[in-house]
Write a protein of this length. Structure first.
Length: 110
């Protein structure tokens, strides 16, 4: 059991570090994801608490609670990255159009 805990904690930590240092997202988005990751980290390290919290929310098992939290975090990250990608696409379109207009002006002047 200890090997799987170490593996899961390692995977969660690597995911958190990659997300935190590689993206240029707003601080609030990073904080939400970091809090979620820390919660999962805590519940992996101390599963008896996840059972107590799960029962408080009328969820049968602590494992289910961890799964729900992880699924929520993944969904949130997907939405954040989708919105960020859309904004990047809009910005690139604006830049390319501006460049095309400049080149068209230069061609007309020549």
């Amino acid at each position: 059991m200890i090997i799987i805990k170490v593996f899961l904690i390692l995977v969660v930590t690597i995911g958190l570090l990659i997300f935190s240092f590689s993206s240029k997202l707003k601080i609030i988005h990073k904080l939400i994801v970091i809090i979620g990751y820390c919660t999962i980290f805590f519940f992996i390290a101390e599963p008896q608490y996840s059972d107590k919290v799960a029962h408080f929310f009328s969820i049968e098992k602590g494992k289910d609670l961890v799964l729900y939290i992880a699924t929520s975090i993944i969904s949130l990250v997907n939405v954040i990255l989708y919105v960020d990608q859309k904004n990047t696409n809009k910005m690139m379109t604006k830049i390319v159009r501006g460049d095309a207009k400049q080149r068209a002006k230069q061609c007309n002047e020549s």
